[in-house]
Design a protein around this ligand. Structure first.
Ligand code: G4P
Length: 526
């Protein structure tokens, strides 16, 4: 197969949602359609169990299993689909944000009962920043959820995205009868648990068959709904979807496999093939002949019997080949990979080659950090891989002065993996770790001891956010840093960071210092 055909065959995306909205269930249905799994429940068993929140080893064990499903590759109607999994557990939110840098589009699942939830908002911030195309799946229509129009309005308002309904639901909960597809003017009737949507072709909305199938009352409500939607939304413009301006919306019930195939069919028609990516040089296009890619995730196994790290590399251009020498840009070193593997659901296969859009798993002994770029000789970095402000901060107290070097090395390596962020007090030596969830601190403490022999105590600090500081006026920045000494730290790259005690403090400083910009994210390479 020709190289461009390989690229155009691929669609790389992620399903994202607030925990419990139905991401795992939807993933499973996709895989069933793609023939990648045979039975329902295969993915579900890999999901990090909700209840295992206090035992991080148990969570890590489950995460270890879920590495196999980190990338699920399946074929559907002549397309090769790479579905990247994102951890649902909120303590691993950073992992999810970074995975979003490796996809070309996303499917956002919203629970029709709960509407937009906290995690959804954060995820959408990342999506909007990158202008990633989004398809919305409103799930659990078999339950009594919010009114369909209220939901659409809530999503548009809360997530600052324009929606475009492709299907319209007929009732919800016990009275849920199905969905009407605005684009192909068909009616899919809901039968709980059926494998295929029961699709009825109707000539148009005036067709008496509609009344016969859903009843006169619901048929009339549907006619009004469609008139309203047509008036407000008009035709779906695929270009607007591709540029991240408009999100097509589907209604359904993942667990009942309803509305899923309808969405998957639209997805393969409109979702982007591998897209160009920006770098510190020019944009890299997938068709560029020379290979390039970047590491967006590193998974370390905590099980001492399997002390392996896997770096996840997204191929951006050219062809990745097993055993061929490539350049590790940050280390300025030639490297080759003898056992790279692909992730075909449930099993890891050594691969000979990979194309743009693919994700390759590389065994790593500590050579990689998040954001590393691998090329066929050129020197540049992929940009737009963000670091977000942590939400919990702790000071590292060295409990064993004989192991100072080990502690430092451990802190550097673990933060390279993206487990946490490391800050150093400005003008001092105090080391501060920032994470999104408590769980990470336990992981860090455990790994420092197990892998580096370093024993550290972690003391809570009263900060709630870190903001990266820049200013066009160096003098003003210097003054601010001097006055706010106790709240200033540096990140690993020496960038100045303001650690805020509370939202009130942060807003006050932002207001009082108009010449200083407070950034809520920082890019690994600019
Ligand atoms: P997540 O990955 O986003 O966290 O969600 P997941 O798919 O695990 O779904 C969360 C719960 O919602 C599951 O129930 C799942 O069965 C249910 N669910 C998913 N889609 C639908 C739907 O369309 N309608 C209804 N009514 N429920 C749905 P659970 O009780 O937590 O797990 P399980 O015991 O059913 O596996």
């Amino acid at each position: 197969m020709k190289y461009t055909e390989e690229i155009n065959k691929r669609k790389t995306f992620a399903i994202i949602s607030h925990p419990d909205a139905g991401k795992t269930t939807l993933t499973e249905k996709f895989l069933l359609f793609g023939g990648a799994i045979q039975t329902a429940g295969a993915v579900k068993s890999n999901k990090i169990k909700k209840h295992a929140t206090s035992d991080f080893m148990e969570i890590e064990r489950q995460r270890g299993i879920s590495v196999a499903t980190s990338v699920m590759t399946f074929e559907y109607k002549d397309h090769l689909i790479n579905l990247l999994d994102t951890p649902g557990h909120k303590d691993f939110a950073e992992d999810t944000y970074r995975t979003l840098t490796a996809v070309d589009s996303v499917v956002l699942v919203i629970d029709s009962v709960n509407g937009v939830e906290a995690q959804t908002r954060r995820l959408m911030e990342v999506i909007s920043m990158r202008k990633t195309p989004v398809i919305v799946f409103i799930n659990k229509l078999d339950r009594d959820g919010k009114n369909r129009f209220d939901l659409l309005e809530e999503i548009e308002k809360e997530l600052s995205i324009q929606l475009h309904p492709v299907t319209v639901p007929i009732n919800s909960g016990r009275d849920f009868k199905g969905v009407y597809n605005l684009s192909n003017k068909s009616l899919a009737l809901f039968t709980a648990g059926s494998k295929d949507d029961n699709v009825v072709e109707i000539k148009d909305l005036a067709d008496p068959l509609l009344d016969k199938m859903v009843g006169e009352k619901d048929a009339n409500i549907l006619r009004e709904d469609v008139e309203l939607i047509d008036g407000v939304y008009g035709e779906l413009n695929v270009e607007d979807y591709l540029s991240g301006k408009v999100a097509p919306v589907f209604f359904g019930s993942a667990v009942n496999n309803f509305g899923v195939k309808e969405m998957l069919d639209t997805f393969i028609n409109i979702a982007p093939t591998p897209r160009p990516r920006s770098t510190t040089k020019d944009d890299i296009k997938p068709e560029d002949e020379k290979f390039s890619g970047f590491v967006f995730k590193i998974h370390a196994n905590l099980d001492p019997k399997h002390r392996d790290r896997i770096a996840f590399l997204r191929v951006c251009s050219g062809k990745f080949s097993r055993g061929k020498y490539f350049k590790h840009v940050r280390l300025d070193k030639d490297v080759r990979f003898n056992n790279p593997y692909s992730f075909l659901a449930r099993q890891k296969d050594v691969i000979e080659e990979a194309y743009p859009g693919d994700v390759v798993g590389l065994f790593d002994t500590g050579n990689f950090k998040i954001g590393d770029t691998i090329t066929e000789g050129e020197s540049f970095y992929f940009t737009g891989i963000p670091s977000f402000s942590p939400e919990i901060f702790k000071e590292v107290i060295n409990k064993d002065p004989m192991k100072t070097k080990q502690l430092e090395k451990g802190l550097m390596q673990l933060t390279d993996e993206g487990v946490a962020q490391l800050f150093t007090q400005h003008g001092g030596n105090k080391k501060i770790i920032g994470c999104v969830g408590e769980l990470q601190f336990e992981v860090i403490q455990y790994r420092l001891l197990q892998e580096y022999g370093a024993s550290a105590q972690l003391n809570s600090l009263p900060f709630y956010k870190a903001c990266w500081l820049t200013s066009k006026d160096p003098k003003k920045l210097q003054d601010f840093v001097r006055f706010k000494q106790a709240n200033i730290a540096e990140d690993k790259d020496g960038q100045l960071v303001y650690l805020a005690q509370s939202e009130w403090f942060l807003n006050t400083e932002i207001q009082n210092n108009p010449d200083i910009t407070f950034h809520f994210t920082s890019e690994i390479h600019k």
